[in-house]
Structures are given as structure tokens and as C-alpha cells.
Design a protein around this ligand. Structure first.
Ligand code: PEP
Ligand code: MG
Length: 294
């Protein structure tokens, strides 16, 4: 029986009406890669790169980032691996990078906001990603905390500049550039963002916190930090609809993606891929197999 469960975990998840929904993993290090492949992940929907930057005295240089991205992507063969650019600040400080204390860190200089203010830091990571993608075309780049179209356009400009500096082109170093949808302004302007992004991935941890104006780490407001709140579900549906209008895929990588109680709702809303912790993947696949879209 155990062997049967294990072999089912490696099979794709197909709904009762025959639609394949890729189930991917969230990872935070190379060590995770082997574990999630064994758990049946069809690629990575979110690789948090913070681990490369944390617990060290100096920032990782371009070469070491390039080697790490390439090594992890190679472990996944042809399956896509979605590498998120640095998402620190707010609740996630770095020893190697002093940050000023802020009164409202979750509304402050975090994620892409911090990266855009330090072109050297950001371009080092972008160059490493492009070089790795030139050898591992399964790599795609994902930007966290995008709030405006102009932020995304500027990120894409940095990607173009880095590609040129490296003497590479779209044909020998293709790389999808997608964004996380985790800020209410991104939901409200999703049509315009969709025109610039190759994909969306909904980060329900932050999206819930920001839609509900309730700190995701504060137990006093935990009733509000609930992704089944109607306003959060509405935001998810709006994002899916904008993705559909623009013809780009919308995936989900926040905690909600791994909750089998809401799988049917998400598939029906138009989410095309789910990404969750490795331990949740076999049950998630089983849930998809019991779901019908009609
Ligand atoms: C999210 O906000 O849902 C997410 C996946 O990102 P993180 O939890 O790393 O902020
Ligand atoms: Mg987030």
C-alpha cells in the first residue's frame, strides 16, 4: 500500500474531466530540491532566494549565485523552476546588508522596492539568473511585491540591460519574467500588469495581510488573516480573470495553494498551477484527481 501511495505521488494530477494541473513545490534551498522531486513535484513554483543571502557576513557574488541557480535548476530536468528575486526587508532582515529600522516595515522598503533602490544588488542577481537560464532554459524569474506597472517595466529594463552586457540575447538566453500578485494595487491594476508579465503567481500570505489590513504574524488579528474571506477570494478571482484576458498563466504559491479544502474553488476560479510545501503535494494531487471542473 505504501508503495502504491508513493508511486501515485509521482503521477501527474488529472481532474475527473481530464485536465492536468501541475503541482509544484516551494523550496528554500538546494537540499529541498531532492526532497521535493521525490515527493512528485512537477517543478518549482517558488524558490525563495533569501537562503543564499541569510546567515552570512557578505552578500553572495554573481558567480556563486549563478552556480547555485544552475545546480538547482539542473536537478529538475525539463520542469520549470521559478526563482524569486530577493524578498527581504519587513520581517526578514539580513546580517550582510544593513537596513534602516522602519515604523511600518510591511508597508516599507521590502522586496522589489529595496532591490530597485540598489541597482548593484539587484543587477548582480539578475545577471546570475540570466547566465544560469542560458544553460538551464527551465529557469524563470519571479519578482515579489510588485505594486505598479512602472516597477515591473523598470525590472524588465534591467533584465534587458544585463542580457546585453553579458553578450546574450533572447534566443540564446530566454527567460520568462513573471510577478507575484500579493499587493492590492497589483490586483486592481492586473490588466495593465498582465500586458507586461509572462505569468502571475498569487502570494496569498501577503495578499491576505494587505487586503485585510491585518498583520500576518499578529495572533490578535488572526481571524482577519484568513484567505477564505470574501474580499480575498474576490481578489483572487479578479487576478485570474485578468490573466485569462491577457492569455498568461496564473499560479498560486502562498499557503492557500496547499489547502485541499479550497482546491476545487481555486481550479474553478482559473488557477492553472499550484505550488506548496513538499509534504502537502501527494494529498493535493489526490484532491485534484477527485475534482471535476464542470
Ligand atoms: C506570499 O506572500 O504568499 C508568499 C508566497 O511569499 P512569502 O510568504 O515569502 O512572503
Ligand atoms: Mg510574500
Amino acid at each position: 500500500e505504501q508503495a502504491e501511495a508513493a508511486s501515485k505521488a509521482m503521477e501527474p494530477a488529472i481532474t475527473l474531466d481530464g485536465v492536468h494541473f501541475p503541482v509544484q513545490a516551494n523550496i528554500g534551498s538546494f537540499e529541498d530540491a531532492e526532497k521535493v522531486i521525490a515527493a512528485g513535484a512537477e517543478g518549482v513554483g517558488l524558490m525563495r532566494t533569501e537562503f543564499l543571502f541569510q546567515s552570512r557576513a557578505e552578500l553572495p557574488d554573481e558567480q556563486s549565485q549563478y552556480e547555485e541557480y544552475k545546480r538547482i535548476a539542473a536537478a529538475f530536468g525539463d520542469h520549470p523552476i521559478t526563482i524569486r528575486t530577493l524578498d527581504v526587508g519587513g520581517d526578514k532582515p539580513l546580517e550582510s546588508y544593513p537596513m534602516e529600522a522602519e515604523e511600518n516595515p510591511f508597508l516599507g522598503h521590502r522586496g522589489v522596492r529595496m532591490c530597485l533602490a540598489d541597482k548593484k544588488l539587484f543587477s548582480t542577481q539578475i545577471r546570475a539568473l540570466i547566465r544560469a537560464a542560458a544553460e538551464q532554459p527551465n529557469i524563470q524569474m519571479m519578482i515579489p511585491m510588485i505594486s505598479t506597472v512602472s516597477e515591473l517595466k523598470y525590472c524588465k529594463k534591467l533584465v534587458e540591460e544585463a542580457r546585453e552586457e553579458l553578450g546574450l540575447s533572447h534566443s540564446n538566453a530566454p527567460m520568462n519574467v513573471g510577478i507575484m500578485i500579493e499587493v492590492p494595487s497589483a490586483v486592481l491594476d492586473a490588466d495593465n500588469l498582465a500586458a507586461e508579465a509572462d505569468f502571475f503567481s498569487i502570494g496569498t500570505n501577503d495578499l491576505t495581510q494587505y487586503v485585510m489590513a491585518a498583520d500576518r504574524g499578529n495572533p490578535k488579528v488572526s481571524e482577519l488573516v484568513d484567505y477564505t474571506q470574501p474580499a480575498v477570494l474576490r481578489a483572487i478571482r479578479m487576478t485570474c480573470e485578468a490573466g485569462k484576458r491577457a492569455g498568461i498563466p496564473v499560479s498560486m504559491c502562498g499557503e492557500m495553494a496547499g489547502d485541499t479544502q479550497v482546491t476545487e474553488l481555486l481550479l474553478k476560479a482559473g488557477i492553472s498551477k499550484l505550488s506548496a510545501s513538499a509534504s502537502l503535494l501527494p494529498a493535493l494531487k489526490e484532491q485534484i484527481r477527485q475534482t471535476s471542473l464542470n
